[in-house]
Design a protein around this ligand. Structure first.
Ligand code: CMP
Length: 142
């Protein structure tokens, strides 16, 4: 099905200057970028985005890291976009990520793991709405 998913290029990957390399992976896999912006997340924005993890032991470190520098947030559109983006990213822990995935190539650890992607269409809708208004999303017909 034609889907949308939400993606973050995290502060570690922005600092490595690989935004374009990562966009190339998305585009080469047939995903289209239909919204995009650079943000330096506030503590409140990061805590709200990751609210489901608020009781996990890594929550403080996660918020600290995600606010440590600018991120790129984007909406990706395409056939099976949610799963396709997860395949492009690889496993959350780069030690378990398959060769050729973003995490294998760019992530240093499970905490600094280069990118985020929605895990299901329902979370994608929630995450997209957290960062983008409808007017900021440009459906691509060609
Ligand atoms: P992300 O997809 O952005 O969602 C939550 C993040 O928490 C995750 O990627 C990891 O970078 C980070 N994290 C740190 N430790 C863990 C863990 N044990 N399990 C899951 N996520 C973790």
């Amino acid at each position: 099905a034609l889907e949308r998913t939400f993606s973050i290029i995290k502060p570690d990957a922005v600092a490595k200057n690989v935004i374009g390399a990562i966009y190339n992976r998305f585009e080469s896999a047939g995903l289209r970028i239909v919204a995009s912006k650079m943000l330096h997340l506030s503590k409140e924005q990061a805590e709200g985005f990751y609210a489901e993890h608020s009781e996990r032991p890594f929550f403080g470190a996660l918020v600290e890291f995600m606010t440590s520098g600018p991120v790129m947030v984007q909406v990706l559109e395409g056939e099976n976009a949610v799963l396709k983006n997860r395949e492009i990213m690889g496993a959350t822990n780069p030690a378990e990520a398959l060769a050729g995935t973003l995490r294998a190539d760019y992530a240093a650890s499970i905490d600094e793991n280069a990118c985020h992607g929605s895990d299901a269409p329902e979370s994608a809708a929630r995450e997209i709405a957290y960062f983008f208004s409808d007017e900021e999303i440009c459906p691509r017909t060609r």
